[in-house]
Write a protein that binds this ligand. Structure first.
Ligand SMILES: [Zn+2]
Length: 412
């Protein structure tokens, strides 16, 4: 028993890549040291932790990367991520990647004002950045606390997830949990992305144009870059990427439908009730229900479901040629949110009202582009033709094919 405790104790000891030498000089292992130079330093003096000022020792073994390790457990444990080799390697590689671009980064920079230690500090376009390389799950509250701390002190936080967090099911399909969703970043073109970095392969894996299909599964355009192929500018201000592949989207939506048919769950499921009460069959829905819409990452409820709610709550109730407004749709949506039928995803530092309103706006504009609605003045809309519901599965497939052939370039 004691042996086990001892091992855990050793494992927990905080490791790092920077320390203060006797003469007060900061020693960063991010700089290029030879083993001889480091052996010499170690012989000549002692090292202290820059943060708690406790003694640390320089480990120069052949099995693990060179690092400093605390002699005993300290308060530092509250500040450092459980430093696995994977994390330390990645931190070092990201530091070197920034240094090569002339960014003058600082490894394990500790800001006393906020009592926070970031993996890497750097400036870009005159903005100070706090880069955090996150390879293990942390509590949402801790993520928020750290991010807020940075923002309040004028840093722009840049969170990069460890490639070890990536759960790729197919080349275009990834499963994200609530923890991953914290790392969603809005690009200047209003799409969503999450950057990953794998320290084993030394590659960035960037998920662009993320579109959820179900509560966990999302489709994205995945780009893999060697560190030499991508700059910090490309990462922070990504250029437009390739569009999503329509075939993948259609396939996953259809898989989702068959999943609901096979496992319908409770009879009180509000989505199934909405279909039932409106004499609809999930296999015979019009093809424009379940579209990728800009901003739908902020809704945990799958797009097929929230779009069907709008369809039954607003469109099916409209009399021909009668106008309805953006606000009618927005209120109907909020109504479902209040009833708990539509779940909003918690995304840090995003104004939910604004995001939902902009999502509905994008959705209505998309429906105009695909000729389901016409927009008249004053933000009012009307349905273009009597709503047609396919009567057989064959007919639904034909309609769906024709629909995507005609509008793919508009939708994706
Ligand atoms: Zn310390």
């Amino acid at each position: 028993m004691r042996k086990i405790e001892l091992i855990i104790e050793i494992k927990r000891r905080v490791c790092m890549l920077t320390a203060i030498f006797d003469n007060g000089r900061r020693i960063s292992l991010g700089e290029r040291w030879s083993k001889e130079e480091l052996l010499h330093l170690r012989k000549e003096g002692t090292f202290l932790c820059p943060q708690c000022k406790e003694r640390v020792i320089l480990k120069l073994g052949d099995k693990k990367m060179y690092h400093f390790s605390h002699l005993k457990r300290t308060e530092c444990e509250n500040f450092y991520e459980n430093e696995t080799e994977y994390h330390m390697q990645g931190k070092l590689q990201l530091y070197q990647w920034l240094a090569k671009q002339g960014m003058k980064p600082e490894l394990e920079y500790f800001d006393r004002r906020i009592n926070q230690r970031m993996d890497i500090y750097f400036t870009f376009n005159n903005h100070p950045y706090a880069l955090e390389y996150q390879c293990s799950s942390i509590q949402e509250s801790l993520y928020l606390k750290r991010t807020l701390g940075y923002l309040k002190s004028g840093y722009l936080p840049l969170w990069i997830l460890g490639g070890n967090q990536l759960n790729r099911r197919k080349q275009y399909l990834t499963t994200l949990n609530d923890f991953h969703y914290l790392f969603l970043q809005k690009t200047p073109s209003n799409t969503w992305m999450i950057p990953f970095y794998c320290s084993n392969t030394e590659k960035f894996i960037i998920h662009h144009s993320i579109q959820p299909v179900t509560i966990r599964k999302m489709i994205s355009v995945q780009k893999i870059y060697e560190t030499s192929q991508i700059s910090i500018k490309n990462l922070l201000i990504p250029q437009n990427t390739d569009p999503l592949c329509p075939e993948h989207w259609i396939k996953e939506i259809s898989l989702f439908k068959s999943q609901i048919i096979r496992y319908p769950g409770s009879i009180n499921n509000p989505f199934l009730l909405a279909l039932y009460n409106n004499y609809l069959n999930i296999s015979l829905l019009p093809p424009y229900l379940g579209l990728p819409v800009l901003g739908s990452t902020c809704i945990a409820t799958p797009p097929l479901i929230w779009q069907t709610f709008i369809f039954v709550d607003v469109f099916l109730k409209q009399k021909r040629d009668v106008l309805f407004t953006f606000n009618d749709v927005y209120q109907a949506f909020l109504n479902r949110v209040h009833k708990g039928h539509i779940q909003i995803r918690k995304i840090a530092f995003i104004n939910i009202e604004e995001t939902v309103s902009s999502l509905i706006h994008h959705y209505l504009l998309l429906l105009v582009k695909i000729k389901i609605l016409t927009e008249s003045n004053n933000n009012s809309f009307k349905i273009n033709q009597p709503i047609y519901i396919p009567r057989t599965i064959d007919e639904q497939h034909i309609l769906e094919n024709t629909f995507y052939q005609e509008f793919s370039t508009v939708i994706f």
